[in-house]
Design a protein around this ligand. Sequence first.
Ligand SMILES: O=C(O)c1cccc(C(=O)CC[C@H]2O[C@@H](n3cnc4c(=O)[nH]cnc43)[C@H](O)[C@@H]2O)c1
Length: 231
Amino acid sequence: MATAVPAERDAVARAFPGAAHGRALPGVEVVTIADGPDLIAAGVGPARAAASTAAALTAAALDGRPYGLVVSAGIAGGFPPHAPLASLVVADEITAADLGAETADGFLPVTDLGFGTVTHRPPAALVREVAAASGALTGAVLTVSTVTGTAARAARLRDRHPGALAEAMEGFGVAEAAAAHGLPVLEVRAVSNPVGPRDRAAWRIGDALDALTEGFGKIAPVLESWNRYDS
Ligand SMILES: O=C(O)c1cccc(C(=O)CC[C@H]2O[C@@H](n3cnc4c(=O)[nH]cnc43)[C@H](O)[C@@H]2O)c1
């Protein structure tokens, strides 16, 4: 499970009762929870998150104990009124929203330029089960390299992605690493701030971290049974 920063990693870890121990890899520490998941604080932004996640996945594969599922988790901006503060969102689509080219006629995704991919889709059945267990909202979670800070950009993003509930900065990078290993990916986010005009006073990071802990407490059995079916 990959979060951006240690505060998010620790919020997820609080949902699992087992003892934790860490193992340092080049560029990332893997925290293993007894009878629970492995967690990494993969760094902020899609590139760093992809590099850290790839390191952890490769190390596990070389150890002969490959993972069955990769989860991107953390706080996010929520598109109002669809994803309110402290709500939990599970992605049915993980989309890189600013990977492309700006043209006089608007934004072109990199796929329109003939390259790569901009969207990864988590397994639909897993998304449904996670949402049912936790009460999470289900929709697209956008990955951006620049946090949205104006109403105009928030509106442009929703115009291009009408199903978007949240934006964050790591999901697509984590998903790219998972895809390179042929693994399914899930993204779960707790909303810490509205997407829109920059307003640091509106951040509710503590509430979002608490929502992450509570949400993963409910999601844990779903993930455990998913891994069992998968192996
Ligand atoms: O300085 C700002 O205006 C600002 C507003 C929101 C978030 C930030 C961050 O630097 C946090 C980035 C960190 O948290 C995730 N996150 C949380 N909210 C958002 C958001 O609205 N848009 C994108 N990412 C967000 C993100 O995944 C990073 O890990 C600064």
